[in-house]
Design a protein around this ligand. Structure first.
Ligand code: ADP
Ligand code: MG
Length: 794
């Protein structure tokens, strides 16, 4: 490059720059035309009008109608995001005007949604709470011209233009959605990602002070509410994908209701959903109005298998190849459950394609190329964006996706859907206090949503890899996540926001009482709450600030005291990263040999620590050294960079003396692993387990039998006692990422859970929730002591 850096090279560069500019302008024109075709555009003016009059808008629209990408841009151009760039001339002085008198609500219109979520036919009597923002089916907005010029003034008067106070937040349940959508919208707006449009997910913030539209995970907005309970940075909050009812979305609902009550006309809430069940939302938010964006959906032919499939992964691969060889134009979308599964499907599919290609030279028509494209959260952004690119002429895309493609993202070109009928979902057993990720059957609603993805651009086909009889017995819908997850971190955050009475919180669907009590117990056992259920400053306040699960947060705090802060932060960073090890099937001997260098007989956490240390010894500037080291050792360099990034962020959360820093010292314990294993015990003790004569483990707090995960370094030499990170259900229940500990540490490091005396003393206080029969002692004692299952080692 240096050699080329003469005058001619410069000239050349200038030229290509100009060409780039022309290409970019062309691209924007094309994008603009695409945008205007979206059903959301037909509803634009009406939506803006509705928002003038109503503080809460519940917006329903078919997936792919442009809710996520377009609505925030409409708001911005109408100055709801306080930026002076309306894209049409306006008749009034936007930004300075108060709530207007001359805005008439459109009372006419087909497809009107009533307050209870049903549809009315045109002409029926309606109130202004029952209105439609839909188009008339021709993509033409159906309201009168007189009303069209309104709807682009700023609400709430001049106070609304506070510097930095006017941004638009759009939440997404999934990281991939936040990232890909933000990139798309930045492209549509012709700005760099992180400038006017940005995104923020845990451990990654791609925004700047000039960001007006911020896509973010719902969990992250919840964290922001901790430091800024009025969400004063935002003029509008959009809770997207509300039908998913993630636990964070549900908690946000309760908080936003409070924000609305206090901020009044200065704040707008939009709840967006892909399903028609708006009544719940409208009833929950005072004065909410529902609106519908009419989309277009082509018929989709649904096909079932004649008999149940034993292996849906194999079946999915067969189905993909069959569609590819038998069906006409159009891309294929395959729903799988997770990264591992997608990776192996990709490999199998490529192998099979290669085999077919060599055997089918005779029939070139079936040899059209199949592009296999995965999409999941851990994929690097460039690769994520690849699925959106149209397949080159004569080729077909097969997109292997997680549930992300069900409603969160829409991939153009899909005509065939292959539904394995499974999804990875969180599951929580409140009685046992154990959360796990498990592959479970989808609900009927999910199956329909998946099939629908085939009919966006023309008639499509959906292949369900299960029988019609199996479909009939699926759950109709998925219950809200809040009813089936560990509430530890949510309850901690509510407490930190001063919401003491968690049981009395205004949940749209209250979680089971037992689950709340469980999380109170856990937080009490971790020292985050006192016996009266109040947040402790030393532990609870600090834990609420750390962007990790309370159990891992407790590991970090304990490590600070035990002099192994650096090691603990490294371990937490490594376990927050997925797929550190690269394990190609064909090179099993090689990677196993490489792995040996890092293996610690004391456990997976220490093994990960060794990897992290090895990586950090290499000079950070030397990309080459790092790349070589990683590939020699079968380690995923992306995962390592991510871990390093998380490490540095956690250090910034813990070290600096002023908030959000906690002002703690990060010492190192060198080669002595004991302090680190003790720190891990201090946080992971609810996952302490003891070896059984048959080689399995018994979780001390619950009595549950679990097996050490096959990937664990402890498998050859099982320790008597261990703590683990998480449970995984497949054919058995596996404990993943485990470290050897001493049983006698438990009563010392987790007295609230493992010392019977403390349990007795605290019983009846019930951690601020009142004695509730048998639950109160359990509430104090993590269940272990209360059930008389005093840990054997204790
Ligand atoms: P909704 O939120 O209503 O489901 P979106 O706003 O996500 O709809 O998508 C609107 C349209 O934009 C869809 O037709 C989709 O194909 C297109 N789109 C969204 N993201 C991208 C992207 N990254 N690349 C190309 N097209 C995209
Ligand atoms: Mg969307």
């Amino acid at each position: 490059l240096d050699i080329e850096d003469g005058p001619s090279a410069k000239k050349h560069r200038r030229n290509s720059k100009a060409e780039d500019a022309v290409a970019a302008a062309e691209r924007r024109k094309q994008l603009d035309a695409e945008r205007r075709q979206l059903p959301a555009w037909a509803a634009r003016d009406k939506l803006l009008q509705l928002l003038q009059e109503h503080r809460t808008l519940v917006l329903v629209g078919e997936t792919g109608s442009g809710k996520t990408t377009q609505i925030p841009q409409f708001l911005l151009s109408a100055r709801f995001g306080s930026i002076a760039a309306p894209d049409k001339p306006t008749s009034d002085n936007a930004g300075a005007a108060g709530p207007s008198d001359d805005v008439k609500l459109p009372f006419e219109g087909p497809g009107v949604v009533d307050k209870h979520g049903g549809f009315r036919s045109p002409g029926q009597a309606q109130t202004n709470h029952h209105t439609s923002a839909g188009s008339d089916g021709n993509g033409v907005s159906d309201h009168g011209g007189a009303e069209q010029q309104t709807g682009r003034r700023s609400i709430g008067g001049s106070g609304s233009n506070r510097a930095g106070g006017g941004a638009i937040a759009v939440t997404q349940p999934r990281r991939v959605a936040a990232m890909t959508v933000a990139r798309r919208v930045a492209e549509e707006m012709g700005t760099k990602i992180g400038d006017k449009v940005g995104y923020a997910i845990r451990f990654e913030d791609v925004t700047s002070p000039s960001t007006r539209i911020k896509y973010m995970t719902d969990g992250l907005l919840l964290r922001e509410a901790l430091l800024d309970p009025m969400l004063s940075r935002y003029r509008v909050v959009i809770i997207d994908e509300a039908h998913e009812r993630t636990v964070h979305t549900d908690v946000l609902f309760g908080l936003l209701k409070g924000v609305q009550a206090r901020r009044g006309d200065d704040f707008r809430l939009i709840v967006m959903s892909a399903t028609l069940d708006t009544a719940r939302f409208v009833d929950y938010f005072p004065g909410a109005v529902a609106a519908l964006i009419r989309g277009r959906q082509f018929p989709v032919r649904v096909m079932y298998t004649a008999k149940p499939e034993d292996n849906y992964l194999d079946a999915a691969i067969n189905a993909t190849l069959q569609v590819h060889s038998d069906e006409g134009e159009g891309d294929i979308l395959v729903f799988l459950t997770g990264q591992d599964e997608i990776d192996s499907a990709e490999r199998l599919l490529r192998d099979r394609l290669a085999a077919l290609q060599s055997s089918r030279v005779a029939s070139p028509s079936t040899c059209r190329e199949l592009l296999v494209l995965p999409i999941y959260a851990a994929l690097p952004p460039e690769q994520q964006m690849k699925v959106f690119e149209p397949a080159p002429e004569g080729q077909r895309k097969a997109i292997l996706a997680t549930n992300i493609a069900e409603t969160s993202i829409t991939i153009p070109g899909v005509r065939y859907v292959i539904d394995t009928g499974h999804v990875k979902a969180r599951d929580y057993n409140a009685k046992l206090g154990l959360e796990s990720l498990a592959v479970v059957p989808v609900s009927q609603a999910q199956a329909r949503q998946r099939s629908g993805r085939a009919g966006r651009e023309g008639p499509g086909k959906a292949f369900r890899l299960y029988t019609e009889a199996d479909f009939a017995v699926l759950e109709p819908t998925t219950p809200p996540e809040i009813t089936r997850c560990n509430l530890g971190s949510v309850v901690l955050q509510l407490k930190a926001m001063g919401i003491h009475d968690v049981l009395g919180f205004d949940f749209m669907d209250p979680p089971p009482r037992a689950a709340i009590l469980r999380s109170l117990e856990l937080l009490y056992a971790l020292g985050a709450l006192d016996a009266a259920g109040r947040l402790t400053e030393e532990v609870g306040r600090r834990l609420s600030r750390l962007p990790v699960d309370p159990m891992f947060g407790r590991v970090l705090l304990a490590a600070m005291e035990m002099g192994c802060g650096q090691e603990a932060v490294a371990v937490v960073a490594m376990v927050s990263t997925e797929n550190v090890f690269h394990t190609p099937r064909q090179k099993e001997r090689e990677w196993r040999a490489a792995r040996l260098k890092f293996v610690s007989r004391e456990g997976d956490h220490l093994t990960l620590l060794n990897v992290f240390r090895g990586f950090r010894e290499l000079p950070k500037e030397s990309n080459k050294a790092r790349t070589t080291w990683c590939s020699d050792n079968f380690i995923n360099i992306r995962a390592m960079r991510k871990a390093e990034d998380i490490y540095e962020q956690l250090v910034r959360f813990l070290g600096p003396p002023s908030p959000p820093g906690l002002g703690l010292q990060l010492a190192t314990c060198g080669e002595d692993s004991t302090p680190l294993r003790r720190a891990l015990t201090a946080g992971l003790f609810p996952h302490a387990a003891k070896l059984q004569p048959d080689g399995s483990y018994r979780v001390l707090a619950t009595g549950r039998q679990v097996f050490l995960h096959p990937s664990s370094v402890l498998l050859d030499r099982k320790p008597d006692c261990l703590v683990f990170n998480e449970l995984m259900h497949t054919t058995r229940t596996y404990a993943r990422d485990a470290v050897a500990i001493e049983a006698r540490w438990l009563p010392e490091l987790a007295p609230a859970a493992f010392a019977a005396k403390t349990t007795a003393a605290i019983a009846g206080v019930g951690v601020g929730v009142g004695a509730s029969g048998g639950l109160a002692p359990a509430a104090a004692g993590m269940g272990a002591g209360a059930r008389g299952q005093v840990p054997r080692g204790a």
